[in-house]
Design a protein around this ligand. Sequence first.
Ligand SMILES: Cc1cc2nc3c(=O)[nH]c(=O)nc-3n(C[C@H](O)[C@H](O)[C@H](O)COP(=O)(O)OP(=O)(O)OC[C@H]3O[C@@H](n4cnc5c(N)ncnc54)[C@H](O)[C@@H]3O)c2cc1C
Length: 772
Amino acid sequence: MTARPRAADVMNRAGASRPGRGHPTLDAEVEHVRREARHRFARFVLDSANPGSYFRNQARRPLDRGVFEEAGGLGLMRFSLPVEAGGEGRDKLAWGVVVEEIARLSRDPGFAVLLDISVEITELIISSGTPELIERYVPDLLAGRRFAVQGAYENRDPYDFTTTARLEDGVWVLNGAKRFLAGAAFADLFVLFVRDEASNDMLAFVVEKDDPGVAPVPMDTMGLHTMGLGQVLLHDVRLPPWRLLWRADALSELNTYARIRRTMSACGVLGALDAVVDQCVDALAGRRRGGRPVLDHTNVERSVGEMRMLLQSARASVYRALDGTRSADRDPYFDELATVAKHQAAESALHVGRLVMGLQGGEAYMATFPWERFMRDILGLVSGQGSQETLLIQLGQRSIVGREGRQVREDAAERSVAGLADSWWAMHAVAASGGADGFAGPVAEVVSAAGLDPVGQASREEAAALLGRAHALWAAVCAGAAPDALPQGPAGPAEGPFARHATRAWALLACAVAERTGLLARLLAPRTVKEAAGELPVVLAEGLLEVLVDAGVVRRDGEGRYAVDEGLERVLIGGPRSAAFAARLRRAVTGGARLMSPAGVLGRESAPGCGDEAAALVDALVHSLLGRLEGLPGVLERPGAAVGCAAGDGGLTAAALSRHVPGVPVLGVEEADRLALVWLPVAGLPGEELRRAVVSAAAALVSGGWVVLPCPLPPKRPLGAAVVRLGLAVAGGAVLADGEVERLLRAAGLSHVRTAWEDPALGIRLVAARRP
Ligand SMILES: Cc1cc2nc3c(=O)[nH]c(=O)nc-3n(C[C@H](O)[C@H](O)[C@H](O)COP(=O)(O)OP(=O)(O)OC[C@H]3O[C@@H](n4cnc5c(N)ncnc54)[C@H](O)[C@@H]3O)c2cc1C
């Protein structure tokens, strides 16, 4: 009999790529290391570190110094250190799992974390590159013969530290106090972060506990009584120069240290959390309430389920942070995943502690059971390794700055393509100068702004020849008959403004062809020429890619693969913004053709803000503007409401309006009079026609309705502004004087006139006005 087919056979996709083996998950990798950790270190934790823990904690006595030496002997301190330094060279994921596992088995919370502190301090010493420091301390630290901890905290901002270092006759003199150090009670070495009296910079020194003037003092705390928490006082401690870890900017190094410590603290918390959840359920196993085992009560099952959920969510963020430590792109000073992991693990632990208190009842409050200790100990996480609150502040700041940076990159990428279009128009202006009936003024402006006047006959002919080849290529590509190779680009010397504009104009053409043929979009992921070419002849694709690389639009990596500038992603992944980008490129090409051959007619669909650009603007209207145009949502929702479209672009804008404002009919302005909204693109309308259009729009609106006018927003750069004027002239309109649109709206009796939205990268602003 054949086995009954099961849904899981189809729905579990993992086996498809690796039959019989499944997908190698991160969890599986972690489990592999965990087994190794248990095999190598469990006996040590259970037999050597744990005994006496309860009474040590009661007596507030720190862990025994010898246990760290034993850990060193077992290779724990070497585990993740570089092989060149005498370590095993394992990565931080493996070390994090070891820390987690030791914390899970340990009765002393903080023991695993202390091991990690000494390991990270050893790394800091190695990073100094100072042979005296490395030779004197690293072998002892690896063997566990010495133990090192870190002190920065003073309850002050770093540049306000009162613990200082002063250079006197070649000797550093340290004074002050570091007020919170884990392991201060049994450490032999302290890496202390202090303020340089002369420069105010932060410096870090290795200080030995036996250096004259050093006094570690114990500190009473709420919990973590075996962690040896304490303070270190410094009085005229005189250190030779080689004890200085780095010559300057130790604050950056402290941030690097905090980055990994946050992840490792979270690993320690995770282990402790796992253990307490297990112990809590075990302890409830024999208890009966209401005549039934408490574990059979639904509310108890729910609480156990919640603990499990908290544990697993902490685990997910911690393993992700550990995995992130292996990324080459990791920020050296701030690690978002590490910060999230510490925050999440701490919040989960605090919440689990509260649930355990509830589940264990009266025993939870008795000091002879582990629960109250767990609760007190984990409260140390509220501020240890960066207070929970400041972690959130840092995450927020990072995310806001990151978003702004992304926006700047995207705008810059679009602006650089717009810059190529400027040169494209400049070449056309050169070719058309002296002719171009009707456009002489704007043509001359472009030539002058491009620094290309006076135009000689030779330049005119060279520009015309280049553009002839460019337009022939475009026509062939549009007709689906792309040539096998890229035609000859600009000829002549590559220096001087003419050559520069010619090269960039050719790059604009390459960009337009690459966009139209899908070549650019294929480069969203790195591709070889062959992969990128798609249907295009490979030699042509190669030629286009070379031009685009020279123009900075595309990058070539070390393995010869091509990828588009990351900033262009938003205009290539599809959607309204991509359509608008393509429309701008097309407008440049067809506008240039129109200038070279004035007999041609440009339809309104090529005007800025119309045609394929409309969807991006209507999207902005709905998602950014609707709430800002007072009363418009209500007017649109009224029975019988309609939208008027005066774009005149063959229905493209009307279709975009219908899609983005569904359920409200879109009509021509002339056919309707009680409109809630009128959409009236300004570009391509000569002055008097625009005035009439504004008057009709105002008359067609209901009281409280709005008119929105997409208007060209010329860039600040003079050539860009001159190009916009020439482009508009070619499209049959003109750039209106500043404030002219607003004046026309007011003259038509409309109120609340304002620029409601603008996007310099699109080169459009939306002016809005309301019918009173
Ligand atoms: C168990 C434990 C072990 C520790 N071990 C060590 C150690 O080994 N070595 C060491 O050097 N230190 C150690 N510390 C100290 C620890 O590093 C600091 O307590 C921690 O970094 C928080 O700094 P803080 O105490 O100055 O609190 P603050 O940073 O002052 O945070 C307190 C509150 O101030 C507010 N705040 C702070 N900054 C801002 C800001 N920029 N904007 C707005 N609000 C802000 C927030 O509301 C925050 O919650 C330990 C602490 C604990 C609890």
